[in-house]
Design a protein around this ligand. Structure first.
Ligand code: ADP
Ligand code: MG
Length: 338
C-alpha cells in the first residue's frame, strides 16, 4: 500500500490586493480586491514505503505549499491527500507521530533552549523509550557531529549547525515519513554532504520514506531515484532521475580560471566549444560547453590544460529552469511514446 497518496491535490491562496497609499487603503476597506493564486493545481502521485522522492521545481513552483498540505499544516482547496490512509489535517495528532518535518528556511526548535533540552522534550512528547533515545542520541551525534552543539542554544548556532540540529529533532521519534523542504539551502558543501549522508543512512537502515524538495539538482542526484518536477503548480514529470539525466545531462559546462590572460585560439575536441560571451582576457574566466555523448569532461580539461595554464576549473550541473523549459518544448515526449 502506498504511504503517501494525493489525488488532484489543489491549493488556491486567496489574498486581497490594495492600491498604494491612503486612498488605496480606504478603497480596500470598502471594496476589497480579491486575488486568487492557484499555487498547487490538481497534483496526483503515490509514494511507496522506503522511497526517496525528489520534489523539485523553481522558486514559486508550489513545493512548500504541497509539503504543507502533506503535513496537515494547510487544508487543500480541493482534491485529496492521504498519509498512511489518514487525512493529515483532520487526524493531525495521529499523523504527527508518523512524520518528521524540516523547513530549511525557518527553525522549529525552541530558540533559547540548548539543543539537548529540546531533544529531551521532544523525546518526552513522543514517548520515545529512554534506552532507545540514548541509542539514537549517540547515533545522531556521530553522523551529524552534534558534539558541542548539544549544550548550545539554537540562537547561537550558525545556519549549518541549526540545520543539523533541526534534522536530529525531526527524526528523534523515528518517523516513517520525513519531509525535508530545502534542507541544504545556503549550506556549504561539507555540511551538505554530512546532511545527505544522514538522510541516506536513515533511509537505508530504517526504510524511512523521504520527500525532499529542493531546487538544487545535486541533492537529488545523490539521494533520489525518482523525481517529481512541478512548475506553476502543475506536475510536469514523475519518473526516474536517470531519464532526466540522460535527456538533459547531454550538455555540460566547464569553467576554467586561467593563470594568464588567454589571447590565442584554443584547439578543442569534437563536441566542445567556447561559450564565454566576449571572453575578456583580464577576468581570465573561460567557459566551455561540451556534448557528453561526443567527449568527456576530462578530455576537454586535458586538452585545455595542454594549451593554457589553468588555476582551477569546475563543472556546472544542468540547471533546473532550463530543464523545465525543455520539458515544455517536448523533450520528454519521445520517452513516453516509444
Ligand atoms: N500564504 C500565501 N498567500 C498567497 N500566496 C502564496 C502564499 N504562500 C505561497 N504563495 C504563492 O504560491 C506560489 C507557490 O509558493 P510555494 O509553495 O512557496 O513555492 P516553492 O516552495 O516552490 O517556492 C507562489 O506563487 C507564492 O507566491
Ligand atoms: Mg519553498
Amino acid at each position: 500500500m502506498a504511504i503517501i497518496e494525493t489525488e488532484n491535490l489543489t491549493k488556491v491562496y486567496r489574498t486581497t490586493r490594495k492600491d498604494p497609499g491612503l486612498r488605496g487603503s480606504v478603497k480596500a476597506l470598502f471594496r476589497p480586491q480579491i486575488v486568487d493564486k492557484l499555487a498547487v493545481d490538481r497534483i496526483s502521485f503515490h509514494v511507496e514505503p522506503g522511497e526517496m522522492v525528489g520534489y523539485i521545481g523553481v522558486n514559486g513552483a508550489g513545493k512548500s505549499t504541497t509539503i504543507k498540505m502533506l503535513t496537515g499544516i494547510l487544508v487543500p482547496t480541493s482534491g485529496q491527500v492521504r498519509i498512511l490512509g489518514r487525512d493529515p489535517h483532520r487526524q493531525r495528532v495521529d499523523n504527527a507521530r508518523q512524520i518528521g518535518v524540516v523547513f530549511g528556511q525557518r527553525t522549529q526548535l525552541w530558540w533559547d533552549l540548548a539543543l539537548i533540552e529540546s531533544l529531551n522534550l521532544i523525546a518526552r512528547i513522543y514517548e520515545v523509550d529512554p534506552a532507545r533515545y540514548k541509542q539514537l542520541l549517540d547515533q545522531f551525534s556521530e553522523t551529524l557531529e552534534l558534539g558541542e552543539l548539544l549544550r548550545m542554544p539554537i540562537r547561537n548556532m550558525s545556519l549549518g549547525q541549526k540545520m543539523r540540529a533541526e534534522l536530529a529533532a525531526a527524526l528523534i521519534h523515528e518517523p516513517l515519513v520525513v519531509y525535508l523542504d530545502e534542507p541544504t539551502i545556503g549550506l556549504d558543501l561539507i555540511v551538505k554532504e554530512r546532511i545527505r549522508e544522514f538522510i541516506r543512512q536513515q533511509n537505508r537502515d530504517k526504510g524511512t520514506t523521504v520527500i525532499l524538495t529542493t531546487h538544487d539538482l545535486g541533492d537529488i542526484e545523490e539521494l533520489c531515484q525518482r523525481v517529481i518536477i512541478i512548475d506553476n503548480g502543475r506536475l510536469i514529470y514523475d519518473g526516474p532521475i536517470t531519464t532526466i539525466k540522460a535527456r538533459f545531462g547531454k550538455y555540460r559546462e566547464i569553467t576554467f580560471e586561467t593563470c594568464q590572460p588567454v589571447y590565442q585560439a584554443i584547439a578543442l575536441p569534437e563536441g566542445a566549444h567556447i561559450v564565454t560571451n566576449g571572453y575578456s582576457p583580464e577576468d581570465r574566466k573561460l567557459v566551455l560547453r561540451f556534448d557528453r555523448t561526443l567527449t568527456t569532461a576530462s578530455r576537454v580539461a586535458h586538452d585545455v590544460m595542454d594549451q593554457v595554464e589553468v588555476n582551477d576549473f569546475s563543472l556546472t550541473e544542468p540547471d533546473l529552469s532550463s530543464i523545465v523549459k525543455q520539458i515544455y518544448n517536448g523533450a520528454l515526449l519521445e520517452e513516453t511514446t516509444s
